[in-house]
Design a protein around this ligand. Structure first.
Ligand SMILES: C[S@@+](CC[C@H](N)C(=O)[O-])C[C@H]1O[C@@H](n2cnc3c(N)ncnc32)[C@H](O)[C@@H]1O
Length: 450
């Protein structure tokens, strides 16, 4: 366990989760449709692709939610949005040098299943017409267990989905009341049974700690119940309270939130329970059964980080569809406009919906590689990474900052090798931040480091 002095030292830091480097707040409107077209056209036709589809709708808003979503008043915006997704798939595909091979596909949200079985199949049909989905591809979708039905399970089966991520957060009624998300264990169990019955064998569960009124005992109770569902993977996130960015979080009483020390104890209690049950810790916040593809990727140095968290996805490029979706291409990042109406208008008028992005330079690529290794392996060999990039590994200011972290017991240094101490796994973002040249002090839009 980290000691209290260490927790106090880091508790006020606001740090990115480094799902990309440079991080999304640094994307700029200087990168737009022109770059997007050129970058898509320049993709190697033999390279593999990962696709992400974003559905920014939910039936009701959970007050903790930090995702890009909204509650539609009626069905028309959903229908219009799905039509835009189909058109965007055609537009993007027509820019590609060939019908490219897809090895990974992820539907995220929001609650992607809100569109219903028939529309999900329509969009999957649009993808299959324009892309070559590999037989071994991972097809994944985020599920709200409260709103999952046999019709959607049948659609996932027909489309050969392989993995589902179910939002659980907490089974504690007091916590559920405080976050406006009432979800019984029975509802969750039924969704898992429906998924497995439909051949969706990979089951991920999302849990949160640091929620209002959440206690260590409640965390243990939730994770024990979750284990009863025998998930393959769990994501255990610390609740990110950013009410200035997400106004609905203002409905959460900040005085009911656990402090940094308590959050840390909750995270440790969940991790210990999962460890005792045989799950391997993956990076900052994931856990997997030892034989799971994520655990194997970690063991073999192939673990990667993307906008959904940790992944074994081997694709060379990620193409995002939908409002706010991000693409990660060899030349840099592209992000669609986050607003649903302008997104639909852009696509309807035959334009790409790209609103901003970032072209990677050599220094970004070097730092991204270092940050990825730290976030995935909790260790990096600076000399080896620099050599891969044809760069020198001086890092004078960074080594000084790492020296401070070593004196605080957060990292171990030996030559070019930086290793995050196991008990300080939760501080991986603080170590990664040493290499982030764009990090403005107290950026405010990020969540606490612990
Ligand atoms: C994009 S959400 C989709 C979940 C799905 N709509 C559902 O209802 O279960 C994916 C996950 O992000 C996590 N998440 C959402 N808001 C968060 C926040 N403010 N802090 C940390 N994690 C959060 C939750 O664990 C959630 O299950």
């Amino acid at each position: 366990m980290m000691d209290n002095a260490l927790i106090r030292r880091f508790e006020d830091q606001r740090l990115p989760r480094y799902t990309s480097y440079p991080t999304a707040p640094h994307f700029s409107a200087a990168i737009g449709e022109g770059e997007a077209k050129a970058w898509l056209q320049a993709l190697d036709p033999a390279a593999t692709l990962s696709l992400y589809l974003h559905v920014p709708f939910c039936r009701a808003l959970c007050w903790y939610c930090g995702c890009h979503t909204q509650v539609p008043g009626h069905d028309a915006p959903v229908e219009r949005y799905v039509g835009a997704l189909e058109r965007e798939i055609d537009q993007v595909a027509s820019l590609l040098p060939a019908p490219m091979r897809v090895v990974h596909l992820h539907w995220g949200g929001g609650t992607p299943t809100i569109i219903g079985a028939e529309r999900l199949r329509r969009v999957m049909g649009a993808i299959r017409r324009r892309f070559d989905i590999a037989a071994e591809a991972e097809l994944a979708i985020e599920i709200d267990p409260r709103r999952f039905d046999p019709a959607m399970a049948a659609a996932l089966q027909a489309e050969r989905f392989t993995r589902a991520s179910l939002g659980v957060q907490s089974f504690d009624p007091a916590v559920q009341q405080a976050i406006n998300r009432h979800q019984s264990f029975a509802q969750t169990e039924r969704a898992v049974d429906l998924l497995r019955g439909a051949g969706v064998a990979g089951i991920n569960l999302d849990l949160l700690y640091g929620l209002p009124h959440q206690s260590v005992a409640a965390c243990r109770e939730t994770v024990t119940q979750a284990l009863g569902l025998a998930p393959d993977r769990l994501a255990v996130f610390g609740y990110a309270h950013v009410p200035a960015m997400k106004r609905h979080q203002q409905r959460i009483d900040a005085t009911s939130l656990p402090g940094a020390g308590e959050r840390h104890t909750q995270a440790e209690a969940i991790a210990a329970t999962l460890g005792e049950a045989g799950y391997a810790a993956i990076g900052l916040d994931h856990f997997a059964r030892p034989g799971d593809a994520l655990a194997r990727a970690l063991a073999e140095g192939r673990l990667r980080r993307n906008f959904q968290g940790y992944t074994a996805d081997p694709a060379a490029a990620l193409v995002g569809f939908g409002a706010s979706a991000i693409s990660a291409l060899p030349q840099g990042y592209l992000q669609n406009t986050p607003r649903i109406v302008p997104y639909g208008d852009a696509v309807a008028s035959g334009r790409l919906a790209v609103a901003r992005g970032l072209a990677l330079d050599a220094d970004d690529r070097l730092r991204r590689d270092i940050i990825d290794r730290l976030m995935c392996d909790l260790a990096v060999d600076l000399g080896a990474v620099a050599a891969r990039h044809g760069a020198d590994a001086d890092f004078i200011a960074e080594r000084r900052a790492l020296g401070d972290l070593a004196r605080q017991g957060v990292v171990r240094l030996s030559g070019d090798r930086v290793e995050i101490v196991e008990d300080c796994r939760m501080l991986a973002r603080a170590v990664a931040a040493v290499f982030d040249t764009r990090l403005a002090p107290a950026e405010g839009r990020h969540a606490a480091a612990i």
